[in-house]
Write a protein that binds this ligand. Sequence first.
Ligand SMILES: [Zn+2]
Length: 162
Amino acid sequence: MIRRCAECAQPTLLPISRRMQVYSSVIRYKCSNCAAEVDITPMASIGVFTMVGILALSFWGWIVFGGSGAPGYLALSLFGGAGIVFFLVIFSYLAKHFLNPLTSTGGQGHLPEVSDDDHIARKPILFVERLGYFSGMLIPLAVITGILGISALIGYINFTFF
Ligand SMILES: [Zn+2]
């Protein structure tokens, strides 16, 4: 996983460590040419964040705009502000990928191992992070579908047998 350094434009940006954060891991890269350091979030996790944000904003928008009458100024401002913050956060995650692109041969190889392993959701997060951005976007939908399916099944069993 070798990247081109955004600071000195040399293909010398190497992963040196990987840590768990709350909802993803983050990979610390260090340039062996100019010593610049950058933290990069795996694409799949950015995809997950994107979809979770879209779902949350959709639900919020449905509440704001779905009610009777015109939405109030405060509700609109909060909604618009959250949308802008969401866009900026996702953009800042993605920008690090585009500013420090993988070199032509650097795409091969696995993500580095995680040093700390006491994270409660370590395994599912690391599994998801092997995927790409758009596969990551599908994960929240798959989880929601799974939860709804299990709920429906429990309801069906409850209704049918008890
Ligand atoms: Zn550099």
